[in-house]
Design a protein around this ligand. Structure first.
Ligand code: MTE
Length: 320
């Protein structure tokens, strides 16, 4: 499959989309057993009723129709009704409904740890401080399904540069809100809450890693990780932690929720690799949500050129 550089994908409509995004963003508010990342029921209730699932009144817009390989965007309804957010439920089809009243205001994000300039951002200040752009990325779940999503957001490195990581900082540790009253799944003792994920500092500085604030030209809905989440497109989806409240620069490799839950199955790096199977799922190909049939999985999810150099010297067969 021929790859065209992201910069060549319909720049004009992308520009228009950004403008529309800015206008729309002012109007739309994102609603003030088994240990398996991306587990739950595959193809569960894919309800598209806009009355009950928190997508009412939203007009999805995107700047381009495909990714750089020509893969079509996943429908907005699928992106917002087929979710993994274990804080609410392990049923993918139920997250939208159960999270629709999730409060995303007030919301602050603390960025600290081994930095010279720690900061606590109010979400609305953060949204105006960093210029948002559209990024069309493939999202590949370790359970061997995938989507193509037009995210809005800004590079994580812009945020990290503001707080000035110290030389001793080797990893970035992210934490989701802990609030069992709003997130009933956090009462489950299967997992160690809150959800935690991590990146090496050089991975976090890569331009592809973004803090997402929206998708399809609208602010993120609760089910997709409102008000802000990480998106690391060359890694399995479970690394893209949702509803972040804390970002800490640390010296030691963070233990993620999945590493703690099932260390023999989930590792820190979790780079997409079609040649290395998960103990329960082959990673050679993927089911594209909203389409029939499967497509081959690409090394680093198709972002090899941009990220492979981060891993020279690392045994890529040991992803967990
Ligand atoms: N973040 C939190 N806090 N809780 C979760 O359960 N699930 C992860 C990731 N981020 C998860 C999370 C998994 S397994 C995947 S595949 C993606 O979110 C799914 O993102 P989506 O629902 O927006 O497609």
């Amino acid at each position: 499959m021929k790859k065209i550089p992201s910069s060549e994908i319909t720049p004009e409509s992308l520009y228009l989309s950004r403008r529309k995004f800015i206008t729309q963003a002012a109007l739309v508010t994102a609603g003030a057993g088994i240990l398996a990342a991306c587990g739950g029921k595959l193809g569960g209730n894919n309800s598209t009723s806009t009355e009950s699932n928190g997508t009412a009144g939203i007009t999805p817009i995107a700047g381009a129709q495909t990714d750089e390989y020509g893969r079509e965007l996943t429908e907005f309804d699928a992106v917002t009704n087929f979710n993994n957010f274990y804080e609410f439920t392990t049923d993918k089809g139920g997250v939208a409904r159960l999270s629709q009243d999730f409060k995303t205001r007030p919301w602050t994000v603390e960025v600290g740890g081994l930095v010279n300039n720690p900061k606590t951002y109010d979400i609305d200040d953060l949204l105006t401080r960093f210029q948002e752009e559209e990024r069309i990325y493939r999202l590949r779940c370790v359970e061997a399904w995938s989507m193509v999503i037009p995210w809005m957001g800004f590079p994580l490195n812009k945020l990290l540069k503001e707080v000035e990581p110290k030389a001793s900082a080797k990893y970035v540790r992210f934490e989701t809100l802990y609030d069992p009253d709003q997130m009933p799944g956090q009462n489950s003792s299967w997992y160690v809450w809150p959800y935690v994920e991590g990146l090496r500092v050089d991975e976090a500085m890569n331009d592809l890693a973004i803090i997402s604030t929206g998708l399809y030209g609208n602010r993120l809905l609760p089910q997709n990780g409102a008000p802000l989440r990480l998106v690391v497109p060359w890694k399995y989806g479970f690394k893209s932690i949702k509803s972040i409240v804390k970002i800490n620069l640390v010296e030691e490799m963070p233990t993620s929720l999945w590493m703690a839950a099932s260390p023999q199955e989930y590792g820190f790096y979790a780079n997409v690799n079609p040649e290395v199977d998960h103990p329960r799922w082959s990673q050679a190909s993927e089911r594209i949500i909203g389409e029939t049939g499967r497509k081959p999985t690409l090394m680093f999810n198709g972002y090899e050129e941009e990220v492979a150099s981060l891993y020279s010297g690392l045994d890529l067969r040991k992803w967990y």
